[in-house]
Write a protein that binds this ligand. Structure first.
Ligand SMILES: *Cc1c(COP(=O)(O)O)cnc(C)c1O
Length: 396
């Protein structure tokens, strides 16, 4: 794309940003499955290694297909730089290794991806970095938890599986008032529905495995933000520690970005229809979805997001036995913990993603035994309703 790419709209950037057509004149972006690159001479090799001449050396450092994905995602998030990683967890790990040192402290929402909690508590902690967990929407708890040595605040919004929504601008202000950074895992909304950097966040994290892929094929991740923090510090960790993304996966993800906005609105529309229907079912208690007028942060989600996303959860009256009955009666919806797929998925958080927590910790996190999460896919919603009705009928 030409130099005036800054002037293009989101939809154009999603389809074209980052592409550099080769001499072959290909219309679709090529995959470069090569581990290293050939130099014209010993002198050129020396110049590349010393950094005097820019260019490819080795695919742990740079790869043209990965670069296309990075430039496209950076354009969509409105960030200066994006660096791709082998997984979403590699993106969070690289960010921690780049930004933290012994004696530092971080504050994290307690409603973050389970493996992120393990990373912070078991591994990052090992290097003398302390972590405090706070309830996502309790702003005074965030403020109280901040210390002079706090380096960043970390959150996901909406949260998983209860879809609680936090005010990104407010937390960015709080972070900056105390001289720390705000890091947002934007996996659930993607830039198609929410751009945290434009709301004041400093760094955006992605698990590309989810909606960016969109069809459940590849594992990958990304970090987006300013040139110094991401282009220098985080990139330095990735090329050294080896968290790099494969060119094939980058190609799947960059093609995924082309249809991301269409898919996110379709997921959101299906989820909204299913959530409304679930509210009318006699065996269903609370339904958690930011698009419902009764959701505690409905107004904030409406202001902060372009749509409400594809994830919802709901409480089956009774407990685990009743929830498992509904899950086991499905014939269409996949019983799997992944999300962001064209195929709808169903999980029982209390015995899977949140199974490691003590019953008390689960209760305080709001994960009841009757809670079911659905990542609503792109099927006909009528068929999803029929699939859930099978189990609802068994409950009588
Ligand atoms: C899945 C997920 C991750 C981790 O991503 P992987 O690609 O599985 O490593 C991080 N954050 C959120 C919100 C996720 O859903």
């Amino acid at each position: 794309m030409s130099d005036d790419s800054e002037q293009y709209g989101f939809d154009t950037l999603a389809v074209r940003a980052g592409q550099q057509r080769t001499a072959e004149g290909e219309q679709s972006e090529p995959i470069f499955p090569t581990s290293s690159y050939v130099f014209k001479s010993a002198a050129q090799a020396a110049a590349r290694f010393s950094g005097d001449e820019p260019g490819n050396i080795y695919s742990r450092f740079t790869n043209p297909t990965v670069r296309t994905f990075e430039q496209r995602l950076a354009a969509l998030e409105g960030g200066e730089r994006c660096v791709a990683t082998a997984s979403g967890m590699a993106a969070i790990s690289a960010t921690c290794l780049a930004l933290l040192q012994t004696g530092d402290h971080i504050v994290s929402s307690r409603s973050v991806f389970g493996t992120t909690v393990v990373l912070f508590e078991k591994y990052i902690n090992k290097f003398g970095v302390e972590v405090s967990f706070v309830p996502l929407t309790d702003y005074s708890a965030w403020e109280k938890a901040i210390r002079p040595e706090t380096r960043f605040l970390f959150l996901e919004t909406p949260s998983n599986p209860l879809t609680e929504t936090a005010d990104i601008s407010r937390l960015a202000q709080l972070a900056h008032d105390h001289g720390c950074l705000l890091v947002v895992d934007n996996c659930f909304c993607t830039p198609a529905l929410q751009q945290p950097l434009s709301l004041g966040a400093d760094i955006v994290i992605h698990s590309a495995t989810k909606y960016i892929d969109g069809q459940g094929r590849c594992i990958g991740g990304a970090v987006v933000g300013p040139e110094d923090l991401v282009g220098q510090d985080v990139y330095g960790v990735i090329r050294t520690a080896g968290f790099s993304m494969s060119p094939f996966n980058a190609w799947v993800f960059l093609k995924g970005l082309e249809t991301l906005k269409l898919r996110m609105h379709a997921h959101s529309k299906n989820a909204a229809e299913l959530a409304t229907w679930l509210q009318e079912q006699s065996c269903v208690g609370k339904v958690h979805f930011p698009g419902l007028p009764g959701h505690p942060q409905h107004e904030l989600a409406t202001r902060q997001q372009q749509d409400y996303g594809g994830v919802l959860s709901f409480e089956i009256k009774g407990g685990k036995e009743q929830a498992w009955t509904v899950i086991d009666a499905t014939q269409l919806i996949s019983i799997t913990a992944n999300l962001g797929d064209a195929k709808s998925t169903i999980t029982h958080p209390a015995t899977t993603t949140h199974g490691r927590l003590t019953p008390e910790a689960r209760t305080s996190a709001g994960i009841s035994d009757g809670l079911i999460r659905i990542a609503v896919g792109l099927e006909d919603v009528g068929d999803l309703k029929k699939d859930l009705s099978r189990g609802f009928r068994q409950l009588g």
